[in-house]
Design a protein around this ligand. Structure first.
Ligand code: NAD
Length: 453
């Protein structure tokens, strides 16, 4: 591992990665590699957890193509030196900020959207002029092996290198000194990464998870809410970091909501054969999710197929905050519905738990919307929708508190792999004597006038 890092650091110091032409050529190469191997990409992800071609295109490849297109279009602008104003005290001078790449980066991916979550940060790192070591998740072994094959055969390892493996390989990797670590995964592992990074004062972006609430008020458009909610919750069989984890609904519309959820789930007819459902990634997760709820709370679904590793789209009713299903992120196709009487309870509950990655509010009440957006802290979210905020690259994507540190997508991604070097460039034409000894009352009064207070 140390050899690869040293090789990448040596390559970084040739300064080749800093040239815009180099960055554009590498972005084009990644794009061509993905486009010309789409069939293999579809096949590998299907083998890992039966994800369909449609869902893989829409939720993974399309987002990567969009990221590449945007990076290519903007890389010159994003990496341009920016002039800023200069204060009077420094007259005559100019001031500017130079975006510079951080160096050798480590990107650790998660398995649930294996291509998107592993390669989107890599695209941002390339656009910013870095070299990257990529560690996909071992929990999706076919996609991990395919990314390793494609990248390691087509790129110089001094620039891009995929290292496969699980805990022990990652632990070894983390012993090396990186200039940036970008991690996607659970808050528990996020803490391990942060501690390893701290030993070298390496900056991190931590894209973590949490329990993301969907809040439904009495006056929301229930039909539309349910349509969007059901898609967002059961996409990828609920294995989405920004899936609505649970619903908080106003008591007056709870019954109606449950009925509509049932109808919509039936209508969608989720199944692997229909291409709109996936397996649970492994047996461990199947057991973990199955043990979170009991049959007496099941309103819809609840059947577990251990052979096929699937759990039916499930809606739970009569849930209390103290139930197991409310204690940790579900990360599966199970939706607890809890009713509330007034919005203060909702705000108080969410704020008394770890800060979520996402929060969704379905409402037609402008005041309630504003109150929630103002009083609950969360990574990002949507009003009258769920998940779709991730598709707008003008919106930086990331968590806060327990759900993460930093953000990416679009220019935010470029920024997370860059340092902004501030320069004051002095003219040699003249030099004010104010700061120099001997000091005097007159000088002090001039300094005060220059500084402005
Ligand atoms: P995970 O934390 O178990 O694994 C993520 C990565 O960390 C993998 O590459 C894995 O090999 C590595 N890893 C695991 N244990 C490690 C250890 N002890 N030391 C070093 N590395 C280790 O997470 P997961 O099960 O792959 O994903 C589920 C979690 O990730 C959920 O909490 C979900 O919300 C979150 N997630 C967040 C985002 C986001 O964009 N914020 C996206 C997807 C998933």
């Amino acid at each position: 591992m140390n050899d690869i890092v040293s090789k990448q650091r040596a390559f970084f110091y040739t300064h080749k990665t800093k040239a815009i032409q180099f960055r554009l050529a590498q972005l084009n190469k990644v794009e061509t590699l993905l486009k010309s191997n789409e069939d293999l990409l579809y096949q590998a992800i299907y083998e890992d957890f039966k994800k369909s071609k449609f869902d893989t295109y829409v939720t993974e490849l399309a987002l990567l193509y969009q990221d590449i297109k945007e990076a290519k279009r903007n890389v010159r602008k994003w990496s341009r030196t920016k002039r800023v104003g200069t204060n009077m005290l420094n007259f005559p001078a100019r001031s500017y900020i130079i975006p510079e790449p951080l160096g050798v980066c480590l990107v650790i991916g998660a398995w649930n959207y294996p291509y998107q979550l592993t390669l989107a940060p890599v695209i941002a790192a390339i656009a910013a002029g870095n070299t990257v070591i990529i560690k996909p998740s071992e929990m999706a072994p076919k996609t991990s092996a395919l990314m390793a094959n494609l990248i390691n055969e087509n790129f110089d390892s001094a620039f891009l290198k995929v290292v496969e493996g699980g805990v022990s390989e990652t632990t070894t990797l983390l012993k090396s000194k990186f200039d940036k670590i970008f991690f996607t995964g659970s808050p528990q592992v996020g803490k391990i990464i942060y501690q390893a990074a701290a030993k070298n004062l390496t900056p991190v972006t931590l894209e973590l998870g949490g329990k993301s609430p969907a809040i439904i008020t009495a006056d929301s458009n229930l039909k539309m809410t349910v349509k969007r909610m059901v898609w967002a919750k059961f996409l990828n069989a609920g294995q989405t970091c920004i899936a609505p984890d649970y619903v908080l609904v106003h008591k007056s519309v709870e019954k109606k909501l449950l009925e509509l959820l049932k109808l919509e789930i039936e209508k969608e007819n989720f199944s692997i054969e229909n291409g709109n459902y996936t397996q649970i990634i492994n047996e461990r997760n199947l057991n973990r999710i199955s043990n979170m709820f009991s049959s007496e709370n099941v309103f819809v679904g609840g059947k577990i197929n251990t052979l096929n590793r699937t759990i039916e789209p499930t809606v739970l009713q009569n849930i209390r905050f103290s139930d197991d299903v409310m204690k940790e992120e579900i990360f599966g196709p199970v939706l607890p519905v809890i009713s509330y009487q007034n919005i203060e309870e909702v705000i108080q509950y969410v704020n008394s738990n770890p800060t979520p990655l996402a929060c969704y509010v379905f409402t037609n009440n402008n005041q309630v919307k504003k109150k929630i957006l103002n009083e609950i802290s969360f990574g990002g979210g949507a009003v009258n929708d769920a998940i779709m905020h991730i598709s707008n690259s003008n919106l930086p994507f990331g968590g806060v508190g327990n759900s993460g540190i930093g953000s990416y997508h679009g220019e935010a991604g470029f920024k997370s792999f860059s340092h902004y070097k501030s320069i004051l460039e002095k003219s040699n034409l003249m030099e004010l004597s104010l700061k120099y000894y001997p000091h005097s009352k007159r000088k002090l009064s001039w300094v005060q006038r220059f500084i402005g207070f």
